[in-house]
Structure formats: structure tokens, C-alpha cells
Design a protein around this ligand. Structure first.
Ligand SMILES: *Cc1c(COP(=O)(O)O)cnc(C)c1O
Length: 436
């Protein structure tokens, strides 16, 4: 079979690693130097310490055939199994089957923002644990199975912990996840309810992440698959499915502009990778698209670097209500900067107050209650349209990556009953809400 190498700079086609069946995944390749490694629970290049990513032997042949095969697949991310590091029979295994969430044509919001070229909200609150994280975890579970890990773990800003707990429960794996101790109640409960171990760390996410890196190198963490550390190359690939779905839902067409929230930056870089693969495979027409990154001002290291024209990201100490995005030292920050600049996009941030306003704007115009991360993307979209950076005449997709029920505190003070009355018509009339 003819093969096509997509990831990395290497042009070699490594043989699939023996005994590890992760479908079209052929090897890991270093994003910096291109060196290739056998598939395994590795995340840093042995030569240059650069991050590793999955390189594929993707199907060649008529795009029309592949498109038909995808369209005939299940209504979840496994319809894209031929493009993911998962075994061919993945859909038959016990997992949460995330994905194929709604792409909502947001005409009311578009009118409010003055966007005429078509505005869409990709609403990932519809995933099994109500955030986009189910996508990345589903792929990491397959890697954990392939490498024989029996405990699933992660460092999390909240959503990931819930997604790992749920996926482990379904897959029959043990889970033990780590979060900053002061997260929103909705996230803590969701991380604990699936029955795995949940550990609150006295510190912020960056402290949690550092702790997990130490645990991996210690016998205490032996046999543990940390989805976003030693399984990170696989985990990250789950975000490509957002790119695939958006294009398929637009009728196999790239959006002109897309607004993506940034925590570690992984999601943004992998959506770009997904678009590039679809172009290479001939599944979409090769036309320019712009990628915009969105952060909260209280944790905006990538946005600050973008505006200053820097290539490196200076870490920050997070202080924002957008806790799911509160990573002060984002691993993929420099790659996000590259992509925003290469595609002609930008990285922007909004204040917590603008986040709250944007959550309510999306809810009021489209009936979608997003979490604070959704407030960040909608808020940044508004800001960039007003600044003339986002072109209102082009097709624009905005991601809502989580459910507002997880971050009720953000809006609870300003979202209360209009009136509280006695159960009588007189009382209702007195409240001034009657139609006549
Ligand atoms: C994790 C997360 C993101 C993005 O994470 P990256 O680390 O940048 O991939 C976006 N939105 C929500 C709600 C999340 O939980």
C-alpha cells in the first residue's frame, strides 16, 4: 500500500511498532528535529527534548471513497478512525463515544455581532461529560490499553479530571486524577462521581502538572498512563476530530476563520493539524483559513507574547474565572504563536467581566449555555469583530468547549429569578410581567 507521511519533517516511513495496534499511527516524531521513535508512552524527544507527535500512514486513494467511508461511520469520533491512532475495531470497545456534536448556525448572535458571512458555534458541551475533553481522553484510553496501563491519570484544570474518571469507569480501568484544590464545585463533583480517586493539590495547575511529572518518574506512578503527560502525543490527536467534524458539517469545506480557546494550546495546534490532513487527503479544497486563539486576561501568556511580537511565552500566575483555561505556562504556546501568525490570525484576551457578558450573550441569543471557556471565545470574537481583525463577511466558527452548568458561579449573581411571588394571579399582575 502506498503511504503518505503527514506529521513531522521526516520523510521516512517507519514500520509500525510490533505488537502495538494503533491503526494508521506509524511512529512518534519529534516536532522540533523530526527524529522518529517507535510507538510507546513517550512524550519528549530523546535527542532534543522536543515534544513528540503521532506520525501516520494515512490512506491514499480516491478522496471520494474515504469521504463515503467516513459518512457511513458511527455518529461519533470513531467515524474518523482511519485518521486517528486507534485500532480499527475501536468502536466496538467499551468507551464513551464522544463527538459529532452540533455545529449551530448562530444567526441571532451573528446579527448582534454584525457578522454577515455565516457564524457557527461548535457546541462541545454536548459531549458525555459536557466538555471537549472527552475527545482527547477517548484516544488516550486506546493508547493506555495498547501499552498495558491499568491506572488512568492526569493533571487537570477540572474538565479533564471528569473526562478521565468517566472514561476509566467505562473502560474498566482504575483512575486517580489530580486537580488544583480550589476548583468550581461542579468540576470537583464531576471528577469524583465516577468513583475513581480524586486528589486536590494545594497549588495552581502548573504546580499540579509539575507534581505529575515527578510522579511519572517515580516507582509510585509505575503502570500509570497520564493522559496529558506520558500519553500526551496520543491524547492531543483527539482534538483533530473537531477540525474533521467542522469541515464535514460545513459540507466538506474549511471555515474561513475559527476562534479557539487556549489552555495548554494543544487543541488549537491539533485543529490546525486536522485541517492540514484534510487538505492533503483531498477531502477539502485547499484554501486559506485564519486561526484565532482566545484567552482570559487573567491568564494570557500566549496573547501577551503575540501582541509583543515574541516567539517565546513568558509564564504567568493565573487569576481568572476561566479556570479551565488557567494554565500559566502553556506547553504548546510557541506553536500556537506560529500557527496564528502563519494563518494570518491573532491571539486576543478578554476580561472576566467580558467573559460573563459573553456567556450571557450566547445564552440569550442562541440558547446555548457555555462555560467560562465559551465566554472567552465568544468575548474574543466580539472584540476582534469590533476591532476589524475578524472579517464579518467570511464564514466564522466559534468553539464552545464546555457546559455552563460546570461554572455556575460565573453567572449566578446576575442570573436569578425575575420575581418571587405568592401563587396568585393578583401577585403575578402586581409583578408587571403579564402579557396584557
Ligand atoms: C482543556 C480545555 C480547553 C483547551 O485546552 P488545551 O490545553 O488548550 O488543549 C478548552 N476549553 C475547555 C473547556 C477545556 O476544558
Amino acid at each position: 500500500m502506498a503511504v503518505q507521511t503527514v506529521a513531522g519533517t521526516a520523510d521516512t516511513t517507519a514500520a509500525p511498532t510490533p505488537n502495538v495496534d494503533l491503526g494508521p499511527a506509524a511512529a512518534l516524531s519529534c516536532r522540533e528535529c523530526g527524529e522518529r521513535f517507535e510507538l510507546g508512552p513517550l512524550f519528549a524527544c530523546a535527542s532534543c527534548f522536543g515534544p513528540l507527535e503521532v506520525a501516520y500512514e494515512l490512506p491514499t486513494g480516491a478522496p471520494e471513497e474515504l469521504r463515503k467511508r467516513i459518512e457511513a461511520g458511527p455518529d461519533n469520533i470513531w467515524r474518523y478512525a482511519p485518521l486517528l491512532p486507534v485500532p480499527a475495531d475501536v468502536a466496538e470497545k467499551p468507551n464513551l463515544n464522544p463527538g459529532f456534536t452540533k455545529l449551530v448556525k448562530a444567526d441571532n448572535l451573528a446579527r448582534e455581532l454584525g457578522v454577515t458571512g455565516g457564524l457557527y458555534v461548535k457546541d462541545d458541551s454536548g459531549n458525555p461529560t459536557h466538555s471537549f475533553k472527552d475527545r482527547v481522553v477517548a484516544i488516550a484510553v486506546e493508547a493506555a490499553r495498547a501499552f498495558g496501563f491499568t491506572t488512568l491519570s492526569c493533571s487537570s484544570t477540572g474538565n479533564l479530571a471528569g473526562a478521565v474518571g468517566a472514561a476509566a469507569a467505562r473502560a474498566g480501568l482504575r483512575s486517580c486524577v489530580f486537580i488544583p484544590h480550589d476548583l468550581e464545585q461542579g468540576k470537583v463533583v464531576m471528577a469524583a462521581v465516577y468513583g475513581g480517586e480524586l486528589v486536590g493539590i494545594e497549588g495552581n495547575y502548573d504546580d499540579v502538572n509539575r507534581f505529575c511529572s515527578e510522579l511519572i518518574g517515580d516507582p509510585l506512578g509505575e503502570g500509570w498512563g497520564f493522559v496529558n503527560v506520558n500519553l500526551r502525543p496520543y491524547y492531543g490527536e483527539g482534538s483533530k476530530t473537531l477540525a474533521y467534524e467542522i469541515c464535514e458539517q460545513l459540507g466538506w469545506r474549511l471555515p474561513d476563520q475559527i476562534v479557539i480557546p487556549i489552555a495548554s494550546g494543544s487543541q488549537l495546534t491539533k485543529i490546525d493539524k486536522g485541517f492540514q490532513e484534510l487538505i492533503k487527503l483531498g477531502l477539502v479544497e485547499d484554501r486559506p483559513y485564519k486561526i484565532f486563539g482566545a484567552q482570559a486576561e487573567g491568564c494570557s501568556p500566549v496573547s501577551a507574547a503575540f501582541k509583543a511580537g515574541h516567539d517565546v511565552v513568558r509564564p504567568q500566575k493565573p487569576n481568572t474565572i476561566a479556570k479551565s483555561l488557567a494554565i500559566g505556562n502553556p506547553a504548546d504556546g510557541p506553536y500556537v504563536l506560529d500557527i496564528a501568525r502563519r494563518t494570518g490570525g491573532a491571539v486576543e484576551d478578554v476580561t472576566d467581566e467580558q467573559v460573563v457578558d459573553a456567556i450571557k450573550l450566547l445564552a440569550r441569543t442562541e440558547g446555548i449555555f457555555g462555560e467560562t471557556a465559551g465566554g472567552v471565545t465568544v468575548g474574543v470574537t466580539k472584540k476582534l469583530v469590533e476591532a476589524g481583525v475578524i472579517d464579518p463577511t467570511l464564514t466564522t466558527v466559534v468553539l464552545n468547549t464546555g457546559d455552563g452548568l460546570k461554572t455556575l458561579d460565573a453567572v449566578s449573581a446576575t442570573s436569578q429569578a425575575t420575581a418571587t411571588i405568592k401563587p396568585s394571579l393578583d401577585a403575578f399582575r402586581a409583578a408587571g410581567l403579564a402579557s396584557a
